[in-house]
Design a binder for this molecule. Structure first.
Ligand code: M6R
Length: 607
């Protein structure tokens, strides 16, 4: 969702900006633009559509001279995705250009005021108010104008600003929207996330809300909102450039599916020592735990579905009630959360606006919050009382895969850890489950290897409408499988708890209706088998997903996809993999834009 980049140095800025924008493409966007300072003027180039069009228009940046500039990918909120509404926006006097990620909530009021003062608007965006405010407050001191402007803005914003009167400087401002400064040698950068920076530098400063920075080619100064200079820590990014590239795969999504054995291992291995789980400094005593009367898990999209799987693991192993709540609902639900509630907030990006708001609601009510987050230094990681990183590495495809399975891995670790702390698991079962966890990466690899036939299966089951069914842990997987299918192949897919079919939805089953039945929960196998029989009796074509060696399923389903046998409580981490592949191949056959599905953004930083 909107991406911003900035560069100041001595070489040509435009190619650096375009390259940075390409790195941010995965966030989702519908127009793009750059503004570069040269000879006391700002040259702006922007297009609706893809960055490739902007590269073509600017001849890969070669016809936009200058060594200081800003760039933007816009995901339309206020106003259609047109050239006019694309960023950067320029002040009426041509002195300032601005790029913005976020939403200015009081923009209507500001717009009226600025129009009254004679400012002329070129776009329908909320962002344009910012650039006119800069002009309004400018009296020869850019830093002061930036501060005065920021003080007028309500909402969320990461801003990149250039001004012709400070031709080497970039200004970066952050409030409730991610912004990271990259520290180079003789050149400096900013970007919405580190994937746009890692090919230039691994040294970064994470700006906090209310802070802003002035970047020159050889210096970076960070200020608080009163203009006081701050001493900020420079952090080292561990992600490699290769990790953010396709590495020979046709799509990032396929690469990320294949990376799951390694990613899950990275999430598990550092936390298991001599058969015992240690959670990176997260300590909770048995006494403190006895004071916890419920666990609330909150998240959005796939992270929410990871929470649904996590719930089964925690409830089964710890016998603590777990409530899983959509963050977009919980934030407005006046939630029944207090200092006896332990809250798990799950987010790959750590920047999802609804999840951040839900986290704040829970904290305000006194709950202890644990973040399960992939992106280091992200907002959720900072706001949580303790963060368990998922160590998935950069996830570029909009559809999450390794982000999701590593969340499961962390939730499984958490469940076992708490269960042991509460004395609800005997030593032998604990040891066996820890061992089973350690086998997960290998079994995920086997799952991938066993499913080479999936392109054919996907082609037979691609239909305008698909059902995904399952019970208990399998239902949680069905939810995620259906979401994967919908978001990348645009096929209508719905998931149902198998036992619910009779209560209404079985009426939709007709001749040849594809039904994907997840049957990996041994205890409920016969129950799901009866549901398969029921839908088949009404003409459905059933593709079942079960563990290798399950003969019963072979006799009932039309087709079967196998996974290695695994402990039920952890089976979601295996079962989801063929469903990811199924969605991938269905989307590929339809010729969809797999890594950047329409209407979606990787990181949903606005409500
Ligand atoms: O970054 P987050 O984990 O907070 O993102 C939450 C959802 O937006 C995300 O999982 C979304 O549903 C994915 N596109 C699913 O593949």
């Amino acid at each position: 969702m909107c991406g911003i980049v900035g560069f100041t140095g001595t070489r040509a800025a435009a190619p650096v900006l375009l390259h940075g924008l390409e790195r941010l493409e995965y966030r989702g966007y519908d127009s793009a633009g750059i503004a570069v300072l040269h000879d006391g003027k700002i040259q702006v180039e922007k297009v609706s559509g893809r960055i490739a069009k902007l590269c073509e228009k600017t001849k890969d940046g070669s016809n936009v001279p200058g060594s200081v500039g800003i760039g933007h990918t816009r995901w339309a909120t206020h106003g259609a995705p047109t050239d006019q509404n694309a960023h950067p926006h320029v002040s009426n006097d041509g002195r300032f250009a601005v790029v913005h990620n976020g939403i200015i909530e009081n923009y209507l009021e500001l717009r009226k005021e600025l129009i009254r003062d004679g400012y002329v608007f070129q776009s329908e965006t909320d962002t344009e108010t910012i650039v006119h405010l800069l002009e309004l407050y400018y009296d020869g001191d850019v830093k002061a104008a930036v501060m005065k402007t920021a003080a007028r803005l309500e909402g969320s914003y990461a801003l990149g600003i250039v001004c012709t009167d400070e031709p080497d400087a970039l200004f970066a401002v952050r409030e409730a929207s991610p912004l990271i400064l990259g520290i180079g040698v003789g050149e400096n950068y900013f970007a919405s996330d580190v994937t746009a920076l890692v090919s230039h530098t691994k040294n970064v400063i994470y700006l906090e809300d209310g802070e802003f920075a002035r970047l020159m080619p050889d210096s970076v100064t960070v200020y608080d909102c009163t203009g006081r200079e701050l001493q900020k820590k420079v952090s080292r990014v561990t992600w490699s450039v290769e990790a953010a590239e396709k590495g020979g795969y046709e799509h990032f999504m396929l690469k990320e599916i294949m990376e799951q054995p390694a990613a899950v291992k990275a999430a598990l291995a550092p936390r298991i020592h001599d058969g015992r789980i240690k959670l990176d400094g997260f300590e909770i005593t048995s006494e403190e735990l006895k004071d916890v009367n419920k666990i609330v898990i909150t998240a959005c999209g796939s992270a929410y579905y990871a929470g649904c799987s996590g719930r089964y693991a925690i409830e089964r192993l710890c016998r603590i009630p777990v409530q899983v709540e959509l963050a977009s609902e919980l934030r407005y639900a006046d939630p029944m959360v207090d200092d006896h509630t332990l809250v798990l907030v799950i987010s790959q990006s750590g920047e999802t606006a609804d999840t951040i708001a839900a986290l704040k609601e829970c904290r305000a009510r006194g709950a202890k919050v644990i973040g399960v987050v992939n992106v280091v230094g992200s907002t959720i990681a900072k706001l949580a009382d303790h963060t368990l990183y998922t160590f998935a590495g950069p996830e570029i495809a909009v559809a999450t895969t390794k982000g999701y399975t590593t969340q499961l891995a962390v939730l499984y670790l958490f469940a076992l850890y708490i269960s042991d702390k509460l004395g609800r698991i005997d030593a032998e079962s604990y040891a066996a489950l820890v061992k089973e966890l350690q086998h997960l990466p290998r079994k995920i690899q086997q799952t991938i290897d066993m499913n080479w036939q999936l392109p054919n299966v996907a082609s037979r089951y691609s239909s305008h409408s698909l059902f995904f069914i399952g019970r208990n842990t399998d239902y949680a997987v069905a939810l995620e499988g259906a979401l994967k299918m919908k978001e990348i192949s645009y096929l209508h897919a719905e998931s149902y708890a198998a036992g619910e079919l009779k209560h209404g939805t079985i009426a939709l089953i007709e001749e040849n209706q594809p039904v994907i039945a997840v049957c990996c929960n041994e205890a409920l196998m016969d129950k799901t088998l009866s549901n398969i029989v029921e839908v088949k009796a009404r003409g459905a074509k059933v593709l079942a997903l079960s563990f290798k060696g399950n003969k019963k399923i072979v006799s009932q389903a039309d087709d079967v996809i196998f996974i290695p046998r695994a402990e039920t409580v952890f089976s979601a981490a295996l079962a989801v993999v063929p469903l990811q592949l199924l969605a991938y191949y269905a989307a590929k056959e339809k010729g969809c834009d797999i890594d950047k599905p329409k209407n979606l953004a990787k990181s949903v930083t606005v409500e």
